[in-house]
Each structure stands twice: as C-alpha cells, then as structure tokens.
Write a protein that binds this ligand. Structure first.
Ligand SMILES: [Zn+2]
Ligand SMILES: [Zn+2]
Length: 267
C-alpha cells in the first residue's frame, strides 16, 4: 500500500505525508507540531510513523516546525545544502536541526530512502533554494512541485512522469492585480521566482501530462488572491480547451489551506 495525506497547503503551513505499512515520508514541516500530532491521531497515525522528512525550501510556511519535529521524534531531514543553510538562518525556525540529522542532497540527484527512490529537481522561487521531488515506490510515481515561479524545461519531464501530481495553483492573476496587495508584493508573486497562477498551472498540466496521470492535487492556494473553486475551474477550462477532461482523464482536486485532506490510496 501507499497512501497520501495533505495536512495543510498554503502560506499558513505546508505538510504532505506519503506512507506505507512500515515507512513514512513527510514532505515539508510547516504545520505546527501540536496540530500535526492531533491530525495524525485523527487518522489513526502517530508522528512516530514519520521516518524521514524532505524539505522543498526554507520559507517559514514549509519549515517552521522542522527542527522540533526532527528533535522530538529523532527524524533525519533531507534538503539541499543551501536549504539547510537557509533553515539555520531562518529566525522563524526556533529549534534547529542537529548535525547528525542533517542530510544533504544534491539538486537533480536520485537517492534512496528505504523503498522510496527519490529524485529532486530545481524549482525557481525566491527562497535560498527550492526543489521539487519525484518519489517512486514500486511502479508508482508521485511528484510534488510547490512554490513555483514558473515551470522550467527541467521540471516538465517530472510532470510527464507523474501518476500522482501535487502542483501549485497559487493565484488568479486578475484577483491578485485587483486585490489589496501592494504593488511590490504583486510583482514578487507574478515574477519568474514567485508563485504559479491557476492559468499557468493549467497550461503546465495540459502540455506535459501523459495518459499515466491518475490524480492531480492543486496546492498552495492563496487565501486573498484565489478561491478553491476558481482554481479548479480555471485549470479545468485550460485542460478542456485542449480536449482533456478532468474527472475522466484523471481526477482533479484542490488541497485546502488548513483542513487536512482525506486519505488517498495510491496503491
Ligand atoms: Zn510556501
Ligand atoms: Zn515559498
């Protein structure tokens, strides 16, 4: 078996969990330990099911509790050297990761954690460094790319490889431009190193998805510049204009910002 749960997705905190009977991989640790503990319990799990942590980048909404979690449950943390550096320098991360639990990965490299074969790839974003992850388990390929300034050529084959894809649909461009955010913040979000719009997310899926794709989850939805329904509809429309029908060709869902998802069976 392989299962997936999202425990939070967006600027308030991100944490995704992939697990088997014996193993558990937490991707990002931006949801507080107490909330995470409660959520795990509600699903009949415990934080001791988390055997390793992968970090995408060093923004607080992805790493706020990584040090505590790593220390309290003795969990190794995998990230690039620069992301580890960013975590050390991030004042939002009060508890730091101990050297023996600091696992350094090379961007673009493939490594093994128990039965998971993991490949990291570069993602353009205004953090110290940012990666996405492809996680292979037997014949299943799960890919997560969050906080995506734009979709690069390097990232496209990873979308194409996915049976299961978590991809950012951060904002509706019009809502962002008409909204209350100051100009410099709007520009930051819209820049090549900011966040991915609903429309560009739809284009990325349309251009790269293969018939092997079974399920897409839209992640990191902005609270102020997006709505879950709008994100889904916009992506659906882009897909439909290219003959791809969400719900038929593959499932399409939106991950909620603060509400844990259901448990998805991937195998
Ligand atoms: Zn983020
Ligand atoms: Zn970020």
């Amino acid at each position: 078996m392989l299962k997936f749960i999202s425990f939070g997705s967006g600027s308030s905190g991100n944490s995704y969990f992939l697990y088997t009977e014996t193993d558990g991989l937490l991707i990002d640790a931006g949801v507080g330990v107490r909330a995470l503990k409660r959520h795990f319990k509600e699903y009949g799990l415990s934080l001791s099911n988390v055997k390793n942590i992968l970090v995408t980048h060093d923004h607080a909404d992805h790493v706020r509790c990584v040090g505590n979690l790593s220390r309290d449950y003795d969990i190794p943390v995998y990230a690039t050297e620069r992301v580890h550096q960013g975590i050390r320098n991030n004042y939002c991360v009060k508890c730091k990761i101990s050297p023996e639990r600091t696992k350094i990965i090379e961007k673009g490299s493939t490594f093994q954690i128990n039965d998971f074969t993991i490949t990291s790839f570069g993602v353009p974003h205004d953090s110290t460094d940012c990666v996405g992850y492809q996680v292979r388990y037997n014949d299943v390929c799960f890919v997560v790319m969050t906080d995506v300034g734009h979709v690069t050529d390097e990232m496209k084959p990873f979308i194409a490889s996915a049976n299961y894809l978590v991809i950012e649909a951060n904002h509706d461009e019009e809502m962002l431009l008409r909204g209350s955010y100051p100009k410099h913040l709007q520009q930051r979000i819209l820049s090549d190193n900011g966040h991915l719009s609903n429309y560009n997310c739809g284009v990325a899926i349309t251009e790269n998805a293969t018939p092997e794709l079974k399920h897409v989850w839209l992640c990191h939805i902005s609270e102020d510049n997006n709505h879950p329904e709008l994100a889904r509809k916009t992506v659906e429309q882009v897909l439909r204009s290219h003959g791809i029908i969400a719900g038929t060709d593959f499932q399409l869902e939106v991950l909620r910002r603060k509400i844990p998802s259901e448990i998805y069976d991937l195998v």
